[in-house]
Design a protein around this ligand. Structure first.
Ligand code: ADP
Length: 461
């Protein structure tokens, strides 16, 4: 078994995993099993870049990181990755900024990272690159002479051709993706969008799950990501989490709690969700004094204008809804703008009768899975899930909604409120079975197993 080299923009701490998500846990486990290396950005922004690679080995896994300069951070990270690729791949063309300077720096950072990694590689390494920050990373490695097997996984959606081709450098990016041996997507729909581009735009060909174009061949497959199901369920069922949940439930007078948990991001559909909640209160007066909506949304990318604007919009909406419906002893909506620990999160999910997950577009959405895993199997809550989350395809036993249809979401919330225990249990069992069969450990093993088997077609071409 070759050593695993994981490459991602952010590198996990390899130490305390209590705050880390399932991906960090799964990658750390896979890296420990193969005494691997995790390479990426240190998280530090410095005035001028040193070529130095910081290395640290913990429990047999090496963490190798490089710094970004202020300019690289502005143009590569905040610029091309988060102000161009992120909105575009989530179908927000209106927010995508096509700045050549951003793209040039994105290429340069990818090249600099690749050159920093090359001296650390061994011949039998298996290299696994993650996400949209690093689309051209594999091509840069190949240019620098890398012959190892190269896999790539895209954690966000891959857009339809009409959207993707609005990006002036669409061809360069797909050509770069073709330098990998295996390219993984969250859903079959994403994989199809990529295939559609390769066949129709790039004039390529297909043979089973192999796609060829530009003289290169890749295997393209969907590998829907999961969570650390058993660990998360155990954490939610722990004595401490149960104690937390009981205390919090008493604090809201045992009202039916609806919960939303998201990074503060325009893809998550939070203004639409607040509208839907307002519709629920408007259309179903029996909810007054009986339900409580808790939205937890820590700020992310707080220096980008759209995110600042969104935060202000949500604060205004929350104030409006509470001003309109609150009573002396009832606050209909509580909006918390900060991160909490995973254990607290697990407890909050468990005490909430409804998990409301309504992104406008989302690669997978792990919150939906965490909410289900955290439920008490004897008295589980109901997941209300947007059809535009990648998770919706794997979780048909959730109540699936269109997040743009406020009245429809309100009707579904009312249905969830009144769902009987038998139906709740049945739906929960079905969802849990899926989460157990497809957890994050299985996801990593399936991807790596396939990468190990894949032939080195890219080199042969
Ligand atoms: P994205 O990757 O776009 O942020 P996901 O739903 O796939 O969306 O993953 C979000 C992760 O961040 C989940 O593991 C979730 O538990 C975590 N998270 C989101 N909000 C908070 C919060 N307020 N406090 C702690 N963790 C959070």
């Amino acid at each position: 078994m070759g050593r695993l080299v994981a490459v991602s923009n952010r590198v996990g701490s390899l130490r305390g995993v209590t705050r880390a998500g399932g991906l960090a846990v799964a990658l750390t486990e896979a890296l420990q099993a193969r005494r691997g290396l995790w390479f990426g950005w240190s998280g530090n922004v410095v005035e001028s870049a040193a070529e130095h690679v910081e290395q640290q080995t913990i429990n047999g896994v090496t963490r190798a990181t490089v710094d970004l300069t202020t300019r690289e951070h502005d143009d590569y990270y905040n610029g091309f990755a988060n102000a161009c690729l992120w909105p575009l791949f989530h179908y927000r063309l209106d927010l995508a900024s096509f700045d050549r300077r951003f793209y040039d720096r994105y290429q340069r950072v990818n090249r600099r990272f690749a050159q920093a990694l090359i001296p650390l590689l061994r011949d039998d390494d298996l290299i696994w690159v993650h996400d949209y920050h690093l689309l051209p990373f594999g091509e840069m490695l190949r240019e620098a002479g890398c012959q190892q097997k190269l896999g790539f996984f895209l954690h966000i959606p891959f857009p339809v051709r009409e959207i993707f081709t609005t990006l002036p450098m669409h061809e360069c990016l797909v050509r770069a993706l073709m330098a990998y041996d295996l390219v993984g997507f969250q859903t079959e729909a994403d994989r199809q969008c990529f295939e559609d581009y390769v066949l129709r735009e790039a004039g390529g060909t297909r043979d089973g799950d192999r796609l060829s174009a530009y003289g290169r061949t890749v295997v393209a497959r969907a590998f829907p990501i999961g969570i650390d199901t058993e660990q998360f369920a155990a954490m939610a069922g722990s004595e401490e989490a149960r104690r937390d949940a009981k205390r919090l439930k008493a604090a809201i007078f045992n009202r039916v709690q609806i919960i939303g948990v998201d990074r503060l991001d325009y893809t998550k559909g939070m203004p639409e969700r607040f509208n839907a909640y307002e519709k629920l209160l408007e259309n179903y007066p029996d909810t007054h004094g009986q339900v409580s909506f808790l939205q937890i949304a820590p700020t992310s990318r707080g220096e980008v204008a759209e995110y600042i604007h969104l935060r202000q919009e949500l604060e205004t909406m929350a104030g409006h809804i509470n001003g309109r419906f609150a009573q002396l002893d009832w606050t209909p909506l509580r909006y918390i703008n900060r991160a909490i620990t995973r254990r607290q999160l697990a407890g909050l999910y468990r005490m909430s009768r409804i998990g409301l997950v309504t992104p406008l577009r989302d690669g997978m959405n792990l919150v939906a899975k965490e909410y289900v895993a955290a439920q008490d199997p004897n008295d589980p809550g109901v997941l209300v899930l947007s059809r535009f989350a990648g998770a919706a395809r794997q979780m048909p036993a959730a109540l699936i909604v269109n997040p743009y249809d406020a009245a429809g979401v309100a009707d579904t919330l009312q249905r969830a409120r009144h769902m009987d225990l038998g139906e709740r249990r049945e739906r929960h069992q079905e969802l849990m079975q899926g989460l157990r069969e497809n957890d994050v450990g299985q996801w990593a093993n399936t991807f790596l197993g396939m990468l190990e088997r894949v032939e080195l077609d890219a080199l042969a071409a």
